[in-house]
Design a protein around this ligand. Structure first.
Ligand SMILES: *Cc1c(COP(=O)(O)O)cnc(C)c1O
Length: 369
């Protein structure tokens, strides 16, 4: 097989299956699984991942914004899709595409009920989100009375689920805070169950919630980073497999004399001879300038090569002085054997930001082995 001469993000659907199976093994058989495929399924491909997740048995999918759900519906995906951040401008789209909105405030509830009525809907599925400490989106417990009063006036919508979101499920130093969030959620559930004449399902846990708080699984769990192969924890990372490998090839090798500079603004100079390799990936692909000047690194023939000089828009240069390599050789930026978490740490960020930031210019390819 000839080497790819292009930067690609290779997505391994067998690894996705492994991650899904591992996460599912943590759940009671009755607990449902929602694959969170927002932001191009964390930078991979929302349609391909959704199709695979549905084939594996995921009962629900979630996206952040309505347009992301439209892409899935247009690709023929039939399972229920939760829109985590429903916005007034997207209510009609949500209904037209049979997406299910998160209702997180009085304003959104009123507006959505009107939109559902206008479209002649009855019992349109909605999901009520409560704020239990993240302070991002959600009703307060004290809103329950007015929510119920509003719901009692209409049959255009029907509550399918009640949910909340954990703020620090990956951080065991914040265990007390998380346990308090779980208790707050339980109180909310009791009040809603007493007030609504029909049953709803409940959910709270993201990936780290699945792994660290079995008591927070309720009826369904929501996983995004976990299916992508990251456990927000060293020992959990061992059990998961990152599904994405960002790889490229060496475009050119330069043998530089002492005191020659590399790249824009002559940001790098060495007082000795070095060998540099130029790679076809830059800040427009998601490897930001923060990774330049020695911060970031890639792997070539199993050895670490640091980025030298400033990251360019379309290229980076790496130091291969001590690495045996040739033009055309494969370069791994991150993947199962080159942790994206570690690379992200060099930029004082987390795997989530690095993987979701790989731009759409990078071709996605899929393997299933
Ligand atoms: C993104 C998101 C998730 C997924 O979180 P992971 O940590 O990636 O598993 C779950 N729930 C909500 C509300 C989210 O916004």
């Amino acid at each position: 097989m000839s080497k790819a001469q292009q930067t690609v993000l290779e997505i391994n659907l067998k690894s996705l299956e492994h991650n899904y199976t591992y996460l599912r093994s943590k759940l009671k058989p009755s607990t449902k699984f929602m694959g969170v495929v927002k932001a191009y399924a964390y930078g991979s491909d929302s349609v391909k991942l959704s199709q695979k997740l549905v084939a594996l048995g995921a009962e629900y999918l979630a996206v952040a914004y309505a347009e992301e759900g439209v892409v899935l519906r247009d690709a023929g995906i039939k399972v229920p899709i939760l829109v985590l951040h429903a916005q007034t401008v997207s209510f009609d789209t949500i209904i037209d595409k049979c997406l299910e909105p998160t209702i997180y405030s009085e304003r959104i509830l009123k507006g959505f009920v009107i939109a559902a009525k206008n479209k002649g809907q009855k019992n349109y599925p909605i999901h009520l989100k409560f704020n239990t400490g993240l302070n991002r989106l959600g009703f307060d417990e004290s809103d329950i009375t007015s929510i119920i009063a509003h719901l009692n006036q209409t049959d255009a919508v029907k509550v399918t689920s009640i949910f909340s979101h954990l703020a620090a499920s990956e951080d065991l130093n914040e265990k007390e805070f998380t346990v308090n969030q779980i208790h707050k959620f339980q109180k909310i559930i009791t009040k809603i169950d007493n007030a609504l004449p029909y049953a709803t399902f409940k959910h709270l846990a993201n990936t780290s919630g699945i792994l660290n708080y079995p008591e927070a699984h309720f009826d369904l769990v929501r996983s995004g980073i976990g299916i992508n192969g990251f456990g927000n924890d060293q020992s959990e990372d061992q059990k998961l497999i990152p599904i994405a490998t960002l790889k490229t090839n060496i475009s050119q090798i330069h043998h530089l004399a002492a005191n020659e500079s590399v790249g824009y603004n002559r940001a790098y100079t060495s007082n000795k001879k070095i060998v540099s390799a130029t790679l076809p990936i830059g800040h427009a692909d998601g490897i930001g300038r923060i990774y330049g000047n020695g911060n970031g690194f890639v792997s070539i023939n199993g050895k670490t090569a640091h980025i030298i000089g400033n990251t360019c828009m379309d290229m980076i240069m790496v130091d291969v002085t001590d690495i045996e390599c040739n033009e055309g050789d494969e370069v791994i930026i991150f993947g199962p054997s080159s942790s994206a978490t570690k690379l992200a740490e060099q930029a004082r960020t987390i795997s989530y930001e690095l993987i979701t930031g790989i731009s759409q210019r990078v071709k996605r390819v899929f393997v299933e082995k």
